[in-house]
Write a protein that binds this ligand. Structure first.
Ligand code: CP3
Length: 345
């Protein structure tokens, strides 16, 4: 078992810096596209053998140090009672966006064993076959709320912020249901075998620090507090985290995932010695040749050294246009540069 990733999360010294890549199972891999030719995305997520198969792919092909469960942050939202669809062109959509009390009341808090058994089954298949740790995940409450209130992606999150500002009680009620859902869902993933979990807060960066502190952070804190006893380390990724690091420190997570818009050295400094940092190469840098992105990787490895630990990752998900050879080269370069001159034990 390669447990370098878990060692870093535990604050232990390792002989090189581990790497995994957000969205590492996906359309940039021909092997993934081949599986997708025969099955739509939601069916893929709900068929444990297939979901496990595409989870293994980047581990075998790229040599990353952790696997991430193949699923989507919106799968538990569907189990809460919303109608979910994915289109090739427009991404996810949720019918009947949540904009009234009656719709919030109609949402359920799913029981993972009964309502999402395919996810737990996938985790079990993976645990039996993986030689690297398995990361489970969920969307953070604010990010899930944006999809539920907007009915899909959004440019300015007007409906979300309208509810947030005009109807605190309703927004709070929705956030509480999401928080209870995510807590039970992550607990079930950990009990089924996930070694660590990541909370994705993809849209929290659209909030001012004050609003983040009032409307997003308390729910994240609650989830992390409730999962403490489960023994799996929690990584909290906030896209657009630069203006929120002071607040994020209060989340309770052991590791903070940072996007590329902030210098990782600055992020590590602002977070302080208690945190492992994860990140943060611009995903588009992988459109350059490996020789050209190599110095950027070196910079990130150097700058992250003052942190308690560093897990290399992109600053957001890998894009479908990235050449697989470049993703492979990234993994090799991180291993090579960190193993020779890095945090050697
Ligand atoms: O990281 C992994 O490899 C695990 C699988 C994973 C997916 N989605 C698979 C996926 C994870 C961790 C996610 C998280 C997710 N999903 C987030 C948070 C992370 C982030 O990227 O910000 C969000 C916001 C979503 C919602 C979502 N799912 C969108 C907006 C889209 C469409 C746009 C896109 O990137 O493709 C999806 C679809 C999706 N989720 C795909 C995959 C592999 C593509 C589906 C396909 O095969 O056509």
């Amino acid at each position: 078992m390669n447990d370098t990733f878990l060692k870093v999360l535990r604050g232990e010294q390792t002989s090189y810096t581990p790497i995994w890549i957000m969205r590492q199972a996906g359309r940039y891999l021909p092997e993934y596209r081949q599986v997708r030719e025969g099955v739509d995305f939601l069916t893929l997520c709900k068929t444990p053998e297939l979901a496990a198969k595409v989870t293994f792919q980047p581990v075998d092909i790229l040599g990353v140090d952790a696997a991430i469960l193949f699923s989507d942050i919106l799968i538990p939202v569907e189990a809460m009672g919303m109608k979910l669809a994915f289109s090739e062109k427009h991404g996810p959509s949720l019918a009947e966006p949540i904009r009234s009390r009656s719709l919030v009341e109609r949402l359920s808090v799913p029981d993972p064993e009964d309502d999402l058994p395919f996810v737990l089954e996938t985790v079990k298949i993976l645990k039996a076959g993986l030689k690297v740790p398995l990361i489970g995940f969920a969307g953070a409450p604010f990010t899930l709320a944006t999809y539920m209130i907007e009915g899909g992606g959004s440019r300015n999150f007007l409906n979300t912020k309208k509810m947030m500002y005009q109807n605190h009680g309703l927004f709070g009620g929705l956030m509480t249901k999401i928080t209870d859902t995510v807590t039970a869902y992550l607990r079930a993933q950990i009990r089924a075998g996930a070694d660590a979990v990541q909370l994705f807060d993809t849209w929290a960066g659209v909030l001012s620090p004050d609003d983040y502190r009032a409307y997003a952070l308390p729910y994240v804190k609650q989830i992390i507090k409730e999962l403490k006893g489960e023994g799996a380390p929690i990584i909290y990724f906030v896209n657009g985290c630069a203006g929120l690091l002071k607040e994020i420190k209060a989340s309770g997570a052991v590791a903070i995932g940072v996007d590329w818009r902030i210098d990782i050295g600055e992020a590590a400094k602002k977070l302080g010695k208690r945190f492992v940092v994860q990140g943060n190469l611009d995903p588009c840098a992988l459109m350059m040749s490996p020789a050209d992105f190599r110095p950027k990787v070196r910079e990130i490895l150097e700058k992250a050294k003052p942190a308690k630990g560093h897990i290399f990752n992109l600053g957001h998900g890998i894009l479908p246009e990235i050449p697989v050879d470049n993703a492979k080269a990234l993994v090799d370069i991180v291993h090579e540069l960190s193993g020779k001159g890095g945090r050697v034990s």
